[in-house]
Design a protein around this ligand. Structure first.
Ligand code: S3P
Length: 174
């Protein structure tokens, strides 16, 4: 029987993609990055999708992709940080997946993305303040809409991956 997906959620810059690739390699799952898939489909970077068509259009592409991914199995899926905002997305992703929340402090996140310009929602004003505000807004959703949480604050991506593997074993997911 095909294995259920492992769906990584968490705030922008927490390491979903980096950790997801390492996790997929270690578990011999395939790896899918939702942002990359959307960029491929749209034929333009995320900043341009937001500029040209608005956030709502990006969100509908995200939901459509969640539907497609619910049909797949044996996949580590790195989601975009905003996927948890829509309950429908989570229902779809949970159809064939376990949702794991990668939790990290605003300081940890800031270190990872202080020089990044590819995230339109953080390209405004003081980046650290923006991270803190948006994280507070989303924290209840990350917590209530995930099956498992792994706090990886202060860890390298290798350490975080090992911690996640231990948790998945403890929870009999793998
Ligand atoms: C977003 C997170 C981004 C990307 C888009 C919106 C968000 O993905 O999907 O810029 O709303 O948190 P990452 O979490 O991979 O940065």
């Amino acid at each position: 029987m095909e294995r259920r997906n492992i769906v990584l959620v968490g705030f922008m810059g927490c390491g979903k993609t980096t950790i997801g690739k390492k996790l997929a390699k270690a578990l011999e799952y395939t790896f899918t990055d939702m942002d990359d898939e959307i960029v491929k489909k749209a034929g333009m970077p995320i900043t341009e999708i937001f500029e040209k068509y608005g956030e709502a259009h990006f969100r509908s592409m995200e939901t459509e992709l969640c539907g497609e991914l619910s049909e797949r199995g044996g996949c580590v899926i790195a989601t975009g940080g905003g996927v948890i905002k829509n309950e429908k997305n989570m229902e779809l992703l949970k159809q064939n997946g376990t949702v794991l929340y990668i939790k990290a402090s605003p300081e940890h996140i800031y270190k990872n993305i202080r020089n990044d310009r590819s995230r339109p929602l953080l390209n405004t004003g003081d980046k650290m303040e923006r991270i803190k505000t948006l994280m507070e807004e989303r924290r209840p959703m990350y917590e209530s809409r995930s099956d498992i949480t792994a706090d990886i604050t202060g860890m390298t991506s290798r350490e975080a991956t090992n911690k996640i593997i231990s948790i998945l074993k403890e929870e009999s997911i793998i």
